[in-house]
Design a binder for this molecule. Structure first.
Ligand code: ZN
Length: 443
């Protein structure tokens, strides 16, 4: 048994790390997540993890409890535990996921599904998000087992399936939570290892996807006074909704404290429109967009307010909407003299992700912050309007969720994704120091 002080001298076993990551990236093609085209087979990654962990697992007399938890065939999750007798509290690393976003080999300069090392950079789909972390945490637990580190706290790692697509429930961590498999993690911080840039990420945004359908009235473009141009209608309506949103949900004072890069935003990002000809007023237009909401505002409140804005527009015959030129209207008369009115319909798509403002006063935060400062020379927590699944729900359920990650946000979901060996070397030092901090606390 080694004293927990060995954790202060932790070094990445570079060869073993790259060897494992090479195997994982070699499977990345099979864990691309974009159903129905790509349904990941997370077990293909897990088989390499099981192989790496086997010599240290309880079945071979080692200290690591390794459990492969499967809800959907071929799509498992992996739980690793390093438990110590008489230990108090628990420190967990959760959120590193086994699936990746799709990669298009044609737009990469390298094969995305093969690990390629160039100096300090390790290229391949998943190196930053998130297989680089999966290999890192596996290496961390192997080191605990190899050195038989005497800890006064228990350690758990959970690698999850199906993180990159939230439309299919009950495959990954949402099901583990429902099954009570995460309950014991409440006894300490839950480090969600799926952000980037090596500094603590203390805030993320909620993500709400909306669509606005504008029903107009088809007519000859040469007789525009008789039709309702749904294209103009939808655009003016979205501009109006944005204006109301920014009045009701302006920059929040707490965003400075959390170093959010941007305040909350609402914007259109996609459009669908009726097939037709350029000399027809299009009868319908659908604009799709999202809202990124900093965690100081309430998701349900925003959704109900947006609905109200749309209801008001419909109820007032769109009096608040500007028109374009002398003939543009949202209510016209039929040949029989009856009103033909445009109709706006708002829908929200899927379950929104909740944002998170991490507890800045918890031991979980302080330990991570201190360890980061010791290793990198500075601690500069940041927040982003990116979104992570489940972290908001976990925090609401009473978990001390803290977010970190050691890849690079510049290549998140991008072409030529890479992570850096040097950043991963620092990462294992930071994580080892966090563990040391908690073990010392409970000594
Ligand atoms: Zn990720």
């Amino acid at each position: 048994m080694a004293s927990h002080d060995v954790l202060l001298d932790a070094e990445l076993n570079e060869e073993r790390y790259i060897d494992l990551l090479t195997k994982l990236i070699g499977e990345s093609e099979h864990v691309q997540n974009n159903p129905p085209k790509f349904v990941p087979q997370e077990d293909k990654v897990i088989q390499h993890l099981l192989e790496a962990l086997r010599p240290y697992s309880t079945e071979n007399g080692g200290p690591l409890q390794v459990e492969h938890v499967t809800y959907v065939p071929g799509r498992g999750n992996l739980i690793i535990k390093y438990m110590s007798e008489g230990a108090k509290g628990i420190v967990s690393f959760v959120g590193s996921h086994l699936d990746v976003v799709p990669a298009n080999p044609e737009t990469w300069d390298r094969n995305p599904f093969k690990l390629v090392r160039e100096d300090d950079k390790l290229y391949g789909r998943g190196t930053t998000d998130c297989l680089g972390h999966v290999a890192l945490i596996t290496e961390l637990f192997i080191q605990l087992a190899e050195k038989k580190v005497q800890l006064n706290t228990n350690m758990v790692a959970i690698f999850i399936a199906c993180e990159e697509n939230s439309t299919i429930p009950d495959v990954g961590v949402d099901k583990l939570l429902k099954d009570g498999r995460l309950d014991e993690l409440k006894g300490g911080p839950v480090y969600w290892v799926d952000s980037a840039d090596s500094q603590p990420c203390v805030g993320t945004a909620a993500a709400i996807v909306w669509n606005l359908h504008a029903k107009g009235h088809l007519f000859h473009s040469g007789l525009p006074h008789n039709g309702i141009n749904s294209f103009e209608f939808a655009n003016e309506a979205v501009a109006y909704l944005q204006k109301r949103f920014y009045e009701d949900f302006p920059a929040h004072e707490k965003e400075d404290l959390y170093q959010f890069a941007t305040p909350s935003t609402m914007k259109p990002t996609q459009v669908r429109i009726a097939e037709g000809s350029f000399n027809q007023l299009p009868p319908w237009t659908k604009i799709i967009g999202d809202i990124r909401l900093t965690p100081f505002y309430n998701v349900e409140d925003v959704m109900s307010k947006i609905k109200t804005y749309v209801d008001e527009l419909n109820a007032t015959d769109f009096a608040a909407l500007p028109t374009r030129g002398p003939c543009s209207k949202y209510v016209v008369k039929s040949p029989e003299g009856e009103d033909i009115k445009g109709v706006l319909t708002l829908e929200f798509e899927g379950e929104p992700f909740k944002g998170i403002a991490c507890d800045l006063e918890s031991d979980g935060h302080h330990m991570l912050r201190n360890a980061t400062k010791e290793v990198l020379g500075k601690a500069e927590p940041f927040s982003i309007c990116g979104s992570l699944p489940l972290v908001g729900d976990l925090q609401e359920a009473g978990f001390d969720v803290q977010v970190c990650g050691y890849g690079h946000s510049s290549v998140y979901h991008g072409d030529n994704e890479y992570c850096s060996v040097s950043a991963m070397k620092n990462a294992i030092k930071i994580m080892s120091r966090v563990i040391h901090g908690f073990s010392s606390k409970y000594a």
